[in-house]
Design a protein. Structure first.
Length: 251
């Protein structure tokens, strides 16, 4: 058996060479990190759940015309994706004050924002993913003005869609982080959604109780992390009943 070629290993995912040129295999690990990997744990079954939730979300976004890297799920922890040239930005969209926005501007967590706010962070772990402006992005050629316009429009569309999708199952979308990449078609390139959308990269609160159903449970030592992720999957109809997560698989 030949060993698959590892292209990149991140904190929560590994990318392997795909079966055809222009494809990659995205593997979801159980590893969880927070505060730039100062806090670490293995949450058994997280990779399986995030693979399924991200598949679900990307498939639905594709059906409303939000182009993204997802091709198909291959196994419990793996999905086939389009290879993209990652734009080195974390694009954050916020509807309700929480996390670093609350800290930075002194806003109480849970305060609705006057309108959805999009922020850009430069993807660099050594620097702690600093907040940057469009000026930095264009000056350093991380993305063009046209690409920024496309990213802003797509992000607002994704926010509207996800707000409705989660709202329908009693979950409030507080904020989320997404990443984009370029795919080339001859000399032209297009920006598409990449990475993942899961409780690792969103703040999701129960609409009635405001209970947190996302990675803040890990960041803030609230316990029941996997149970909460599973609850999100269950409400979306992905896992019909609470699965037992065994040996990284789902029974
Ligand atoms: P923040 O309030 O800590 O800046 O986080 C905003 C959103 O981005 C929140 O939904 C969590 C998500 N996020 C990531 O996906 N990766 C990260 O490294 C960080 C810091 C936040």
């Amino acid at each position: 058996m030949t060993r698959r070629k590892k292209i990149y290993e991140g904190k929560a995912k590994i990318l392997y060479e795909g079966p055809e040129p222009g494809t990659l295999i995205q593997y979801f690990k159980d590893d969880a990190t927070a505060f730039n990997a100062q806090k670490k744990a293995v949450l058994e079954g997280k990779g399986v759940i995030n693979n399924r939730i991200s598949e679900f979300v990307m498939t639905r976004l594709n059906s409303i015309g939000v182009q993204n890297h997802f091709i198909r799920r291959l196994s419990l922890r793996e999905q086939l994706i389009k290879e993209v040239e990652i734009i080195p930005l974390e694009v954050i969209c916020r509807n309700i004050a929480a996390g670093s926005l609350s800290t930075r501007l002194g806003l109480p967590e849970g305060q609705p924002l006057p309108r959805s706010i999009i922020e850009f962070c430069y993807k660099d772990d050594k620097l702690g993913d600093p907040l940057v402006t469009e000026e930095h992005i264009t000056a350093f050629n991380w993305a063009s003005t046209q690409e920024i316009d496309d990213i802003l429009a797509m992000t607002l569309r994704i926010n509207d869609f996800l707000t409705g999708m989660f709202g329908a199952v009693g979950i409030t979308l507080v904020d989320f982080k997404i990443e984009y990449g370029r795919i080339y078609d001859g000399e032209f390139s297009r920006v598409i959604l990449a990475d993942e959308i899961s409780p690792d990269s969103c703040r999701l609160w129960d609409t009635v109780t405001n209970e947190k159903l996302d990675k803040d449970r890990f960041r803030r030592d609230l316990g029941n992390v996997i149970e909460s992720y599973t609850e999100v999957a269950r409400r979306l109809g992905i896992m019909k009943e609470m699965p037992r997560v065994i040996d990284g698989g789902v029974a």
